[in-house]
Design a protein around this ligand. Structure first.
Ligand SMILES: Cc1ncc(COP(=O)(O)O)c(C=O)c1O
Length: 442
């Protein structure tokens, strides 16, 4: 089973095979769809061409390599990303994690505070909370959408709850309408972990601008990337100023002093790359949208394969992952691991996705972390471990299957091959399952 910490290895491997397959199999007709973004690419994700080269050299030759040198690429990227995402303010930072740390730092989240988060997420969401010495509180997932179940948030709120931190997992929006309503009723701010979700929208509004602010990652596996990088978006000027001041010592924007801060600045080189990657992302998104819609329509016809549903009001997914549930009962009891192996034999890379975050050793270790024991006491930390039960998410983690975003850059014919492979496995499932049992000695 792929653990969250191994997710990037999967994405990188999938990217390699997906992008390589795409590049080698592109026909003339497909090239006309591909246009600019595929001009030159390594066999691995990311894809890049002369525009990235030019941008990098421009940053190099400018001699202004960082925020403090007042180069033009950081400002250009912040302006372009804010405009694209229809946000008033963008603060570029060094990663998605530091975007989250900046948002939490700007809000003054710290020891004694509780932060509610999605359970179906990458461990970094949890880390941002614990690096702020706040207490993470997991809320169970909605099996149909893979997103946080908004109906379960209210019950997780305590007098110490200072923040709701939903994740737009897979690049698809969480139900921000319902989540914002809970936050508003209890006067608790909402920060969106939109690390996987640039370009995703709810009712036409880009994610990351629906709560108080949104955090984005441009790490190497992301749909737009500079190897590492991140951003905070917001429409709230006071919050934007606090974030700016938190992410760079001596920030200088108006607002109260925090007494805390860091250097989480992005470099001019990364910003230069990201401005060109944003253009590429927009081009790629059309293909990901079309392929995801086609794949969903066709996969629905395979009993036992249930693509993740988009939440009500979702007008666009960022399609960082294509997620579905696999019901082994509809495949004669064939295990998910064997299903994935058979897909792989058919040349289709897929993964089992996250394991239960709240059950990870890394997460469970918080209950005995000496700082947490000192801050919160043994009783609270023991209760913390007990209270974090997410049975729906546990089942989801056993059933999930992911295709990486690079798969969605393939051709329509490649989408059809995915469905044909799944249907073929289903036809052979009885035999495969018997072989599986024999191999296990059952
Ligand atoms: C949902 C989610 N949150 C946070 C992060 C952290 O981003 P980064 O790796 O850029 O620190 C990631 C990145 O993988 C992510 O997928």
């Amino acid at each position: 089973m792929t653990s969250p910490l191994h997710r990037r290895r999967f994405i990188s491997a999938a990217a390699t095979t997906g992008a390589a397959a795409f590049l080698t199999r592109t026909t003339a007709a497909e090239k006309s769809v591909a246009k600019t973004p595929m001009a030159k690419a390594s066999a691995e994700w990311p894809l890049w061409d002369a525009s990235e080269e030019t941008a990098l050299l421009d940053a190099l030759h400018s001699g202004k390599w960082g925020r403090t040198s007042r180069g033009r690429h950081l400002l250009a990227f912040e302006t372009a990303f804010a405009r694209q995402m229809r946000a008033k303010h963008c603060i570029a930072v060094s990663s998605g994690t530091t975007a989250l740390l900046t948002a939490l730092g700007a809000l003054g989240i710290g020891p004694g505070d509780e932060v509610i988060l999605s359970t179906y997420t990458f461990v970094a969401t949890f880390n941002a909370i614990t690096n702020s010495y706040a207490l993470p509180r997991f809320v169970d997932s909605d099996a149909a959408t893979f997103q946080i179940d908004p109906t379960k948030i209210a019950a997780a709120i305590t007098p110490q709850t200072r923040l709701l931190l939903p994740v737009h997992i897979g690049g698809s929006p969480a139900d921000m309408t319902a989540i914002n309503a809970v936050g508003k009723a209890r006067s608790i701010p909402v920060i969106e972990d939109a690390c996987q979700a640039p370009l995703a929208e709810l009712d036409g509004q880009p994610v990351g601008t629906i709560g108080l602010g949104g955090c984005f990652s441009f790490q190497a596996s992301k749909n737009m990337t500079a190897g590492e990088g991140g951003a905070v978006l917001t429409n709230d000027e006071a919050f934007a100023n606090l974030c700016f001041n938190f992410h760079t010592p001596g920030g200088g924007k108006p607002g109260p002093s925090l007494g805390r801060g860091a250097n989480y600045r992005l470099t001019e080189f990364q910003a230069a790359l990201l401005t060109t990657q944003l253009v590429r992302l927009i081009e790629h998104a059309k293909r990901r949208d079309a392929n995801a819609a086609y794949l969903t329509e066709m996969l629905r016809k395979v009993p036992g394969i249930t693509p993740a549903r988009l939440v009500p009001g979702c007008t666009r997914s960022g399609w960082h992952l294509y997620m579905l549930r696999y019901d082994s009962q509809q495949f004669a009891g064939l295990s998910r691991a064997r299903f994935l192996e058979e897909l792989s034999k058919a040349g289709i890379s897929a993964s089992s996705g996250y394991t239960s975050l709240n059950r990870m050793r890394h997460v469970q270790a918080l209950a005995t972390n000496p700082h947490y024991l000192r801050l919160y006491g043994k009783e609270t930390m023991t209760r913390w471990a007990d209270v974090n039960q997410c049975p729906v998410n546990d089942k989801l983690c056993e059933e999930a299957v992911w295709f990486s975003q690079t798969k969605l850059l393939g051709t329509r014919a490649e989408m059809e091959r995915v469905v044909e492979a799944a249907a073929s496995i289903q036809k052979r499932a009885g035999d495969l399952q018997r072989n599986e049992k024999t191999a296990r000695g059952a």
